[in-house]
Design a protein around this ligand. Sequence first.
Ligand code: PLP
Length: 401
Amino acid sequence: MKDTPPVPNTRKRKSRTNAVHAGTRRSQYGEVSEAIFLTQGFVYDTAEDAEARFLDAGREEFIYARYGNPTVAMFEDRIAALEGTEDAFACASGMAAVNGAMMAILKAGDHVVAARALFGSCLYILDDVLRRFGVEVTLIDGTDIDAWAAAIRPDTRVAFFETISNPTLEVIDIAAVADLAHAVGALVVVDNVFATPTYSRAMELGADVIVYSTTKHIDGQGRCLGGVICGTRDFVRGVAEPYMKHTGGSMSPFTAWVMLKGLEHLDLRVRAQTGTATQIATALEGHPKLSRVIYPHLPSHPQYDVALRQMDEGGTMVAFDLTGGKDAAYRFLNALDIIIISNNLGDAKSIATPPATTTHQRLPDDQKAALGITPGLIRLSCGLEDSGDLIADILDALDAA
Ligand SMILES: *Cc1c(COP(=O)(O)O)cnc(C)c1O
């Protein structure tokens, strides 16, 4: 692995500066906005050059877009600078990143412990794919540190969890799980989508590998699917990259460009969306038609202390439960005027989702109940609209429910 970082000293800069400049590579034309290198191949001056590049390509020497591309490299370096990791590998989707991170690390006979409260496709990889390949998987209540202690064994290779779970916003104590996992030499792999790079302290709290679906806040305008695996340079280039580049889950240069531009204003968007989420959660708590309002930085949240320690703010997502169940939830959704019914999150547009009948429809009823995915539950991704307009929209729709 040759190593030629294009923009040195990103670590000394603040993240708002890195979000705009880190990773930039300019062509001979000196363009201001990052170029989209929409090419899958690269030309070698001589046959000897081709041979040398296949033998050992440096970070600025490209072969084929599945292996790497200048626009993709810009995105990788920028997100790594923001996340505080040495390197990153960009993937075709969040699921390509989750699957790639796990498959690159694990082999038959290994043991994985994972929190049960997972995004449906993550659960499919853990519960179905990995088991088919002879990996033993133990699913536990991720908020229960004693359950982690009981499940982690000397042969445990990976501890996997969503740092804030979808859709019920459970907050998992990264440092406590990392202590237990590291004691047996296991890697801590976290899906950090709901925390976002803005509020992430996953690396300093002990996560080894941090995975994002960049489809969410990083794009932030609902355009492209993408994912990324962040970690040490040895892990990213030595473990993740070989698996990803040979199995086809690499990010396209066009997508990388969208994500790169998304990172420039990620911090501004996420902080504004979080301000709105905080106002909405506060306004809704105690509403007579709601049995619970879930927001990590509300004192009523079951892991409030962990959420305070782990995140400066509570994030962009709120969940609440209508006492009237599915009928009330549907009347509420159908009465919304500004907020749209969809299933993306982190978007500029506020989005309401009924998880029990959409994203988590296929979970058996007993598992839904165990995860608190009740028929009246609404997951709300707060967007960039005026917060007063959104609160009025929600209160009007609750009246109609
Ligand atoms: C959306 C999401 C994913 C999957 O990402 P895609 O980009 O849709 O493949 C994984 N984990 C979480 C927590 C998500 O919200």
